[in-house]
Design a protein around this ligand. Structure first.
Ligand SMILES: Cc1ncc(COP(=O)(O)O)c(C=O)c1O
Length: 380
């Protein structure tokens, strides 16, 4: 597609709908909370909310009040679960944007309880249980006290109980996930014995949804799979070993730019900061107007490739703040402002987020979520 932008991100609506249909099949009759935190994993909150509004999705999962406010601004009228900590100064946002907060400390519960009383409105909360990730959550030994605090405020509704797995995507050995699940189930039993009837138990991220029937409960919270990527090689392998098909997920995002200068350099010439690359022969370079400030990691220096006319062009020298140089010596008829694919497919070639992540020594989640919000997103 033609774009007037110098650098832009394309969002493939059909691929997104395909992934959603795949995940819906896996979820069965459970509710889906679509994880749209971190600018919808870099895809653009406005664009992804726009796509989700056309679907029968119950919840968005966001990280902050700001993200919830953004989702409302883009027309989301469904439920919003906030999975991140909401600072005391922003708790009023829970009412303003109709957020269902994840709670795991008594101070937040008391403040929300008083707010609900003052305004005479109900606030639905989701209690996060610490089952072994040691990130957010109430320790099992403190659940009783926590429930007492909730009980003190009749306007608080304990709507959900959740947890998050520590080791479900990085391994094909799922014993730790099974342990966490057992802790979660015991906690839910205690919560019910204390007289609470939470409607929604939710634990499943993408890997759990793809692999574990018993993690799905009443709601699932997929993120990365919505965007067409596997949480890890291990998840992909486990899924295929269970007989799953290859076509269940399709990547949604492509990142493109245009050549801003073409130059011929002599043999033995240095390229870029630090003189980390030196030509061995006459070389034609294309200069591209993206860099680490856009989310093209500096660790990709002298390592990654981009696609020009369906061929791989290696990055030469260091990635700069706003520019990179790539080698187009062997690619014919390249012109100024020709399009270049940084992430995505061109002809039969593809550079996916997994490939960039592997070059950069990180995970696809980081590659996507660090794509600068200032790059225009274009729905195709
Ligand atoms: C609490 C919570 N739930 C769900 C998700 C979605 O995880 P994934 O992107 O692996 O599906 C995340 C993402 O990190 C999360 O923090």
């Amino acid at each position: 597609m033609k774009s007037s932008h110098l650098t832009w991100i394309e969002i493939d609506g059909n691929a997104f709908r395909h992934n959603l249909a795949s995940l819906r099949k896996l979820a069965g009759d459970r509710l889906i909370a679509a994880a749209v935190k971190a600018n919808a994993y870099g895809h653009g909150l406005a664009e992804i909310v726009g796509l989700l509004r056309e679907e029968d999705i119950a919840y968005l999962a966001v990280h902050s009040v700001d993200e919830a406010a953004g989702a409302r601004q883009y027309g989301w009228t469904g439920h919003i679960l906030c999975v991140g900590y909401i600072p005391r100064s922003q708790l009023e946002g829970v009412l303003e944007y109709h957020i269902e907060p994840t709670v795991y400390n008594i101070d937040t519960v008391a403040r929300l309880g008083r707010l609900a009383q003052q305004r005479n409105v109900a606030i639905s909360i989701h209690l996060k249980i610490e089952t072994g990730t040691n990130r957010q959550g109430v320790e099992i030994s403190r659940i009783g006290k926590f429930l007492d605090a909730v009980r003190a405020f009749p306007k608080l509704i304990l709507k959900g109980v959740s947890t998050h797995f520590a080791n479900i995507e990085d391994t094909t050995d799922h014993s730790y996930a099974n342990h966490q699940l057992a802790v979660f189930n015991a906690a839910v039993k205690d919560i019910r014995a204390a007289g609470f009837r939470p409607q929604l138990r939710h634990t499943a991220c993408s890997a759990a949804l793809l692999l574990f029937e018993k993690t799905k409960f009443e709601m699932v919270r997929p993120g990365i799979a919505l965007y067409g990527l596997w949480p890890s090689k291990e998840t992909y392998l486990s899924y295929r070993l269970q007989g799953g098909t290859n076509s269940v997920l399709k990547p949604v995002l492509s990142w493109k730019t245009r050549i801003v200068q073409i130059k011929d350099v002599a043999p033995d010439a240095y390229v870029g900061y630090g003189c980390t690359y030196r030509t061995t022969a006459k070389t034609r370079l294309a200069v591209l107007p993206i860099g680490y400030s856009d989310g093209y990691d500096r660790s990709l220096s002298n390592l990654a490739h981009v696609l020009v006319k369906g061929k791989r062009a290696p990055v030469r020298g260091r990635v700069c703040m706003n520019l990179i140089m790539v080698d187009i010596t062997d690619i014919k008829s390249v012109k100024l402002e020709d399009p270049v694919t940084l992430l995505g497919s061109d002809g039969n070639e593809r550079i996916g987020a997994d490939q960039l992540a592997s070059w950069a020594g990180t995970v696809n989640y980081e590659i996507l979520s660090r794509l600068s919000a200032k790059i225009p997103r274009v729905l195709v």
